[in-house]
Design a protein around this ligand. Structure first.
Ligand SMILES: C[S@@+](CC[C@H](N)C(=O)[O-])C[C@H]1O[C@@H](n2cnc3c(N)ncnc32)[C@H](O)[C@@H]1O
Length: 361
């Protein structure tokens, strides 16, 4: 993979730059008829008001739910896939990197992610995704306990609950080993690397398989004045990293994938079969003799997927590489005080595991 992060091009939604045959949709038009055309494969373009698109999507949902009545996992997946396909035929015309519709949000990504083109068509759901990401990026996420705000880049994982950061902070405050070198795998929006810097690590190498994470953390590190302390690698695990570290940190995806993983943010949530064995094998080579591996995990995976064994427990049980140095757990609080936890995340706990080399006898 490319190691030069300056030349990375961000992952971004596909756009159409040629003229396409479309049906215009204005308020008070026949939404049902428009949706039928969309399902048959025609492109529809949202005109006049931004909210007209919402009306079409609501009708599309209603229509497809009449056909996709199977409530099983498979049935629901088929419904989502049909919705995804048809809804992406609902387009907005972008002019001068803006949405020329009444009451449309202003979305900076339309310019930042498409520097080479001003006018194009983009799907309405992609605009919705960009809008939500832009709001987070503009507003930032304030992490009070760390006295830090982060401004996540488009298509990058970012935390909305902070219990794992508090656990990591607690561990860092007590850590009294060498702080010469740290490696972070899966840097995301950079928060764990920033915590490492805040706690005295001046030489961090951080990797991610998501280009947008690398581009975003490069910008964030500059903003925070950390650019000399964090080297970024766009790549898999320890690829392009020759060094050995005192501390290796990884907040991995927590759920085992049952589907083929896509490029980008998919790999923040789901892991493929061999991710953990590969990580542990390579971490063994990159950890100094007295070094520590810090892994953040959640019992959430056990709640939603009882069949998949806990990958860290598996490693400790089945291989001779590492011993457990510490295991901390903490209840996960709801993201907002008003959020009632009636779902199966009620008993969710976040875990921090610290592993060290198993000493030879
Ligand atoms: C759960 S997110 C954690 C992000 C961040 N460290 C945090 O704690 O907020 C996991 C991250 O690991 C990255 N990732 C997944 N597989 C990877 C791999 N094989 N090599 C490097 N990064 C990977 C994902 O792209 C994602 O950014």
């Amino acid at each position: 993979m490319n190691n030069s992060t300056e030349s990375l091009n961000a992952n971004r939604p596909d756009i159409i730059t040629t003229e396409v045959e479309t049906i215009s949709f204005y308020r008070k038009m026949d939404t049902k008829a428009t949706v039928l055309e969309m399902i048959e494969g025609k492109y529809v373009i949202v005109e006049e008001y931004y909210s007209n698109g919402l009306e079409v999507l609501a009708e599309l949902k209603k229509n497809l739910l009449k056909t996709y009545t199977d409530k099983s996992f498979k049935g629901q997946r088929e419904y989502r896939s049909a919705f995804r396909e048809a809804s992406h035929r609902l387009l907005i015309k972008v002019v001068d990197n803006k949405l020329p519709l009444k009451k449309a949000p202003s979305i900076g990504w339309l310019e930042i992610l498409y520097p080479e083109v001003k006018d194009f068509y983009i799907s309405y759901p992609d605009v919705q995704g960009m809008n939500s990401s832009w709001q987070w990026h503009k507003k930032g996420i304030e992490i009070k306990t760390l006295d830090l705000s982060i401004y996540p880049y488009y298509g990058t994982y970012f935390p909305t609950r902070f219990d794992h950061l508090k656990l990591f902070d607690k561990w860092l405050k007590k850590y009294d080993g060498s702080k010469e070198k740290a490696i972070e795998i899966g840097v995301g929006s950079g928060i764990l690397s920033f915590q490492l810097v805040q706690n005295g690590f001046d030489n961090i190498t951080a990797s991610d398989t998501n280009k947008n994470a690398i581009i975003g953390v490069r910008e964030e590190a500059k903003r925070l004045g950390f650019e000399d302390k964090i080297s970024l690698n766009y790549g898999d695990l320890f690829e392009n990293c020759e060094e050995k570290a005192d501390v290796i940190v990884f907040n991995p995806p927590w759920l085992k994938a049952k589907h083929k993983l896509e490029e980008g943010i998919d790999k923040a949530m789901y892991y493929e079969d061999e991710l953990f064995p590969r990580f542990f094998e390579q971490a063994k080579q990159h950890l100094k003799p007295e070094g520590k591996i810090v892994l953040i995990f959640s019992n959430f995976s056990e709640v939603v997927d009882k069949e998949t064994p806990h990958p860290i427990i598996e490693e400790l049980r089945n291989s001779n590489r590492f011993r457990k140095d510490l295991h901390l757990r903490r209840d996960v609080r709801a993201s907002s005080k008003r959020t009632k936890r009636t779902d199966n995340r009620v008993n969710e706990k976040v875990e921090l595991w610290v592993l060290a080399h198993k000493k030879e006898k």
